[in-house]
Design a binder for this molecule. Structure first.
Ligand SMILES: [Fe+2]
Length: 268
């Protein structure tokens, strides 16, 4: 089931596999973990409904084809899906592109203008968007941006300008417990443990361990200033709808921590 974050923006969630064993959680028992519980690094897609037009950002993985088709149908109904925007050609993000386009021949495919490897998922057939391109959906407007922290050269980020929502795709992902599915970060028990972010970025955006810390953290400050979002909606974490910029600033500590240690492991 999807969850509405704010009027017209819907969070569509897929848990992916349980990471308890591959992340060795029972033995390590990190602060945020509850022994015996399952833990997930989700895939998230977001549907933006501007009243006049609708847009889906990312597609979930092929394990959830039926789910994404059903949820899109429920949310857009007879109005149809106007746009499918794909952040980058990676299975958890783009894996249902063809299934969605087949089911929705009315939909315009929107793909990143960046990079040059668009054949996968037929992204070469889409409308290509880059920094500053906008789509007016009625009461909601989405704007596309160059992806600053990314895992494929063919990538694009998105914002929704009326609600101040930033969709940073693979950046700001983190693990959560089974009973925290579709929970907003402000609804979690206790203080948010930044090691959740450290483990995700250390395993998934693994080039993080080779970065120049001052340069990367200056880039994070620039992102905070540029976007100043009210809401952060990551592809692999829970939605942050309070103190969003404080969580972006927390990413500077994540950078420092990753720089100071060996590679944590793989996504598994
Ligand atoms: Fe991803």
């Amino acid at each position: 089931m999807p969850r509405e974050i704010t009027r017209g923006i819907h969070w569509i969630y897929e848990p992916g596999p349980d990471r308890t064993e591959s992340w060795d959680l029972d033995d390590r028992n990190p602060g945020w973990y509850e022994p015996g519980e399952e833990a997930y690094v989700p895939q998230c897609a977001y549907l933006v409904d501007g009243g006049e037009e609708t847009l889906l950002f990312d597609t979930l993985s092929p394990a959830s084809t039926d789910q994404i088709l059903e949820v899109v149908d429920d949310l857009v109904g007879d109005r149809g899906l106007d746009y499918l925007a794909v952040s980058h050609p990676d299975v958890p993000h783009a894996g249902n592109t063809l299934a969605i386009l087949e089911e929705h021949p009315e939909t315009t495919l929107v793909a990143p203008a960046y990079g040059n490897d668009h054949e996968l998922y037929h992204l070469d057939d889409g409308v290509h968007v880059e920094e500053g391109d906008e789509l007016d959906l009625g009461t909601r407007t989405v704007k596309f941006h160059e992806a600053i922290f990314l895992d494929s050269p063919v990538s694009v980020w998105m914002t929704e300008t009326e609600t101040g929502t930033l969709f940073p795709v693979d950046w700001m992902g983190f693990i959560h417990l089974d009973d925290e599915r579709l929970t907003f970060v402000d609804e979690l028990d206790g203080e948010f443990d930044r090691s959740r972010l450290v483990e995700f970025h250390g395993r998934v955006l693994f080039w993080y361990q080779y970065i120049d810390v001052p340069k990367t953290n200056a880039e994070i400050d620039a992102l905070i200033e540029k976007f100043d979002p009210e809401i952060v909606a990551p592809a692999h974490g829970l939605v942050i709808r309070k103190d969003a910029t404080e969580y972006m600033a927390l990413m500077k500590e994540v950078t420092r921590e990753l720089d100071s240690q060996e590679r944590i492991g793989t996504l598994g």
